[in-house]
Design a protein around this ligand. Sequence first.
Ligand code: UDX
Length: 439
Amino acid sequence: MKATVIGSGYVGLVTGACLADVGNDIVCLDIDTRKIAMLEAGDVPIYEPGLKELIERNARAGRLRFTTDVQVAVTHGDLLFIAVGTPPGEDGSADLQHVLSAARGIGKHLRGNQVVVNKSTVPVGTVDLVRNAIQHELAVRGTELRFCVLSNPEFLKEGAAIDDFMRPDRIVIGGEEPWGLELLRALYAPFERNHPKVITMDARSAELTKYAANAMLATRISFMNELALLADQVNADIDHVRRGIGSDPRIGTHFLYAGCGYGGSCFPKDVQALLHTGQKHGQPMRILDAVEKANEHQKRVLVEKLVAECGDLSGLTVAVWGLAFKPETDDMRAATSLVVVPELLARGAAVVAYDPVATETAAKELPRSDRLRFAESADAAVDGADALLIVTEWKEFRSPRLERLASALRLKVVVDGRNILDPRQARAAGLTYLCIGRP
Ligand code: UDX
């Protein structure tokens, strides 16, 4: 099938490459000429495991092309995916300017009998806005053409996006027009592998489903984080509690890991956008409000624990392991390190930070300071430091040589924000080991 993906960012590239990989003829569009030039030269502007190889393979086979030409892109596909960003506006609501500009581009060049599929995360009712924007452009052209607009939210996790696309838990499709639904269902058939994955519904419910999924997961995490802080006070172990409750199939085992707060491009933004939708419709979202506040607090817990242990931080050197919001990505959006590092600097500490891939993006996001430098390795970060904070659970931090760590750190203090080290082993090596909700 012929499909076009508008927006060659994270979601757009993964969608385009995976659809091409099962044999479709895909054109990816972006208005950023630099990005398209990079992609044409075989470079991928984001870090996602497996994506570069997937793009290379399909580009070589001629199934995946890149363009900045809106007309070429819009006339190509029988299905036109909108996969552009919806960053939070100043009031926390999702900013739809890129979605609507994509819709206008579609309306200007539509050739008819095309299905527009919105993949961007958008507030309930956006399918109508997209349809109106296209209709308006057709009226300007003085023409009437058959098209429909469907909602098809994505549930990709960074670092595992290709697997999530290739082997989805579910494919949510929202809309009414049978011919459009049929075409989109046929496109997704290769990803169902004999197990029906498509769930069809009206467009508004599909749009709300996306926010509901992320808000529910963020709620679980904030709940566990708060419970972990209580466990600290009553000398219980959140890890035991997690296993104790996760074995109940009604609760389930996933996304119950306490830590130093959730970040990323989705949870914080989607929680805020849903809060905003509630406000707009006169329905206060009291639980979500608390979820967000609890998460903001959680990002400060690491430094609070360090101060409780070491007192005044001025003059101390603190090593930080992990800057990205989670492992296997260089994404720094809403990362806990963006709270931790500035807080350490504000308290007069010097910071030596190490991340396996996010150093470059982090350097742009973190405040400039002569007390902040980046190390080339985890070992180099701790050498000569007083204490260590573990902020992101990269695999290479999971099994450090504890004796080396203890001799490198002057105060021998480790605050583990992701509960990845074994408390008993860490203490046996002579470390003062603090973590989240474990005695
Ligand atoms: C998320 C959703 O999982 C995905 O379905 C959606 O499409 C986009 O948002 P992503 O932001 O890539 O994906 O990351 P995810 O793996 O979900 O982690 C989000 C944050 O939650 C990270 O900061 C992670 O460290 C934190 N987290 C996750 C926890 O603190 N505890 C957990 O148990 C799980």
